[in-house]
Design a protein around this ligand. Structure first.
Ligand code: FBP
Length: 547
């Protein structure tokens, strides 16, 4: 395989380990834990994995040299650093006992069920150290939730004499990891299951998980691109750029990119929901800023739009809820209808208020909301062109204002969607280190006989030498939520906290950014050079941890 000069140089990077993990390690257990909500329900559903203590790894002089065979799965959307989780896991199980083996299940959780796997060897790992992407073993979104799948998986687990499965995924995949851990524990199969917090979206975080991996590199990559657009915008001074940013639900990515690049406008879905805004309110907010700037002779600017926005506009959110229930209940009748008949079907079944909202939506958006959900029941928001929808609506509003003599500028728009561009770059130094430590921690949780835990790393705004690694029981992060029309135990998603420091910092500055031009150009992710340019955590993490 031909590799780039960057990849070649980057392969030699040795991720940094916290001091506590540099020699032999033992675990230190904390107090028993509780789930974040619905404690009785969660305890009943997870009798074998509920209430376990938090774990921290501390230095020791005892070596646990047991041979372990481990299977690893990459689940869901790509996030920079996944290969380093696997490298860390590989290195640590081999360090504990060179006879240990690592198997990679191919193309996501489906690989376990369908018995598609490879053995990951030293030579193989070598090609992927510090690289982006998930192509080492591929990823997929198969939802692991049926007993039949667990039993099918067990066949290959037995065949390969696997002791533990590591699932690297987001909130949904780690919820599934917890269900699998509980099932294997209840059956006394002796198979451990460990999760790792992955997602560029940054919404798998809580008191125990400071950040999910990939968020750092993805937001730095997008911010580099946004900075380039801002500079172009400030050079030609003739376009309004609407940039949609990935992040299925939460607006953490948009907020972080705004903090890094200081655009004229950044919408935050959670705020729009909390303040009960309509689509028209959002359009007027943007149009007012465009008009203000036009009066100053500035017919240009940059607007950041979070991918999940549409679901957070309260009226549209209520419509989606009803559509979810409708599709879950009547999916079979509905699926085979032609496009126009599907629209009629929906209109005939919706409540009056939601029908009215559905009818006001542009057809493309309405259609997207009525299509199949992903395997976890989510609307596929990355396919909705919100950036285009908003700029079209702003153009209509400005045209009306121009006729009324309220706008006399020009409005030419450009559209961008930054999503897939940020999911596979070579991980930043932060993600390269963080992921490697997560992999090592997963191996140590396994070596210490743990199941139903997620590997965690804390104190991540300090130097990696001072990070603290350990594990958190996955049940601790769970509550009950409605999914596909049914109440299910799930890991609670972390949305942008409107009382949190990142949002408050942004809110205190946005007015100035909208009126003046305060663009900041962060440039591309740097791997070598002064610490200020290549080792800084995200602004979100720095602000959150500064409290
Ligand atoms: P995960 O939650 O699985 O990490 O995926 C996040 C994400 O990148 C979202 O930001 C985006 O909406 C979605 O995946 C896109 O999914 P797909 O890769 O299936 O198009």
């Amino acid at each position: 395989m031909e590799i780039s000069a960057l990849q070649k140089e980057r392969a030699a990077y040795q991720p940094k380990l916290p001091k506590a993990l540099q020699g032999t390690v033992k675990i230190q257990e904390g107090e028993p834990t509780q789930s974040v909500d619905n404690q009785e329900d969660i305890k009943k559903l997870f009798p074998n994995t509920y209430g376990m203590p938090l774990i921290e790894f501390v230095p020791s002089n005892v070596t646990n040299g047991k041979k372990v065979n481990v299977g690893v799965i990459l689940s869901g959307g790509q996030a920079p650093g996944g290969h380093n989780v696997i490298s860390g896991l590989f290195d640590e199980i081999k360090k504990l006992n060179p006879e240990s083996r690592l198997y990679g299940f191919l193309m996501g959780p489906g690989g376990l069920v369908n018995h598609n796997y490879i053995e990951i060897t030293e030579d193989y790992v070598q090609n992927y150290r510090n690289t982006g992407g998930f192509d080492m073993i591929g990823s997929g979104r198969t939802k692991l939730e049926e007993e039949e799948q667990f039993e099918k998986g067990l066949e290959v687990i037995r065949e390969l004499n696997i002791h533990a499965i590591v699932i690297i995924g987001g909130d949904d995949s780690n919820t599934n990891a917890c269900v699998l851990a509980e099932y294997y524990a209840a059956k006394k199969y002796g198979v451990q299951v460990i999760g790792c917090p992955k997602t560029i979206d940054g919404d798998l975080k809580n008191d125990q998980i400071e950040t999910s991996f990939g968020f750092d590199t993805a937001t730095k990559t997008y911010s580099g691109l946004i900075g380039n657009i801002e500079r172009d915008c400030n050079s030609s001074r003739k376009y309004w750029h609407f940039v949609k940013l990935m992040g299925r639900s939460a607006s953490h990515i948009a907020l972080e990119c705004a903090l890094q690049t200081q655009p004229n406008i950044c919408l935050i879905s959670e705020e729009i929901q909390a303040r009960d805004k309509t689509l028209n309110d959002i359009v007027e907010y943007i149009a007012n800023i465009v008009a203000y700037r036009a009066n100053q002779g500035k017919n240009y600017g940059v607007v950041l739009v979070p991918e999940g926005l549409i679901e957070f506009v309260p009226a549209i959110g209520r419509l989606i809820q009803e559509l979810n229930d409708l599709l879950a209940e009547h999916g079979a009748d509905y699926k085979d209808l032609k496009e126009e008949a599907q629209r009629e079907y929906i209109l005939a079944h919706l409540s009056a208020a939601n029908k009215a909202t559905f009818e006001t939506l542009p057809e493309g958006v309405a259609r997207q909301l009525s299509l199949d959900r992903d395997p976890h029941g989510n609307v596929q928001v990355s396919l909705i062109e919100t950036e285009k929808l908003l700029s079209d609506m702003v153009a209509d509003k400005l045209e009306k204002w121009a006729k009324e003599g309220k706008f006399n500028g020009t409005f030419a728009s450009m559209h961008h969607f930054f999503g897939y561009e940020g999911r596979c770059p070579a991980p930043s130094n932060f993600d390269a280190n963080y992921c490697y430590v997560l992999g090592v921690s997963a191996a140590l949780l396994i070596a210490n006989g743990k199941t139903g835990y997620m590997a965690i790393v804390k104190n991540t705004t300090a130097k990696p030498e001072d990070w603290k690694a350990g594990g958190v029981p996955i049940t601790m992060m769970m509550n009950m939520e409605k999914r596909n029309g049914e109440m299910k135990p799930v890991i609670r998603k972390a949305l942008v906290d409107l009382e949190g420091a990142p949002f408050k910092t942004f809110a205190s500055l946005r007015d100035k950014w909208s009126k003046e031009t305060c663009f900041v150009y962060p440039g591309p992710v740097q791997y070598w050079g002064p610490s200020e340019v290549c080792d800084q955590p995200t602004k979100t993490l720095a602000l959150e941890q500064a409290k």
